[in-house]
Design a binder for this molecule. Structure first.
Ligand SMILES: [Fe+2]
Ligand SMILES: [Fe+2]
Length: 190
């Protein structure tokens, strides 16, 4: 597996400076969360650092990489290839950087859409991406607070915001986000 230094170098070369700063910030936020929730700090740190490593690839590069590694690229990805940057980031982490951990793979792969029944690591990376200190959008401080009070509510609120944002732009909503949201409503209601 690559050293963290080499991973950072890769990010520096492949992301713009703003996205690089965001990646470092998500890494640090993910570490804080792992400490807070008593989860694996190394997995959280690595997934946080690498989650956007495919962010600057072009749409056709994302599609081609996913196909090359045997993933089925459904219609929604053809229309919105950026939705693939999670999965392709996980593929790059595994195949190029040698990060073989399955949980880290899934946390990177699902950070864009979420899904139903997410693991704690998946939720932490999803939220760290959302609430890292460089993020400024209406409602961010509320989600920051919710994260440490009730992480499921925080993820639900993020799904809600994402779905509204996507609707306002007239784009397709990924089924994983809808399933993730329905699942959380169900478990929070019990
Ligand atoms: Fe991302
Ligand atoms: Fe991100």
């Amino acid at each position: 597996m690559w050293s963290e230094e080499k991973m950072e170098q890769y990010l520096k070369e492949n992301l713009d400076s703003k996205r690089y700063a965001h990646s470092i910030s998500v890494r640090d936020t993910a570490v804080e969360m792992a400490e807070q929730f008593n989860e694996d700090i190394n997995k959280s740190r690595m997934a946080g650092l690498l989650h956007d490593c495919a962010k600057n690839l072009r749409g056709y590069e994302l599609i081609n990489t996913a196909k090359k590694y045997g993933y089925n690229v459904s219609e929604i990805y053809q229309r919105s290839p950026q939705l693939l940057h999670g999965l392709v980031g996980a593929i790059i982490a595994k195949e190029i950087m040698g990060v073989k951990d399955k949980e880290v793979f899934n946390a990177i792969a699902y950070h864009t859409t979420g899904r139903r029944n997410m693991t704690m690591l998946e939720k932490m990376i999803y939220l760290a991406d959302y609430i890292e200190p460089l993020r400024k959008y209406p409602g961010v401080s509320e989600i920051r607070e919710l994260t440490y009070n009730d992480i499921n509510k925080a993820v639900l609120r993020s799904f809600d915001n994402t779905i509204k944002y996507v609707i306002d732009r007239g784009q397709m909503i990924h089924p994983n986000t809808i399933e993730g949201r329905n699942y959380l409503i169900k478990i929070l209601g019990d």
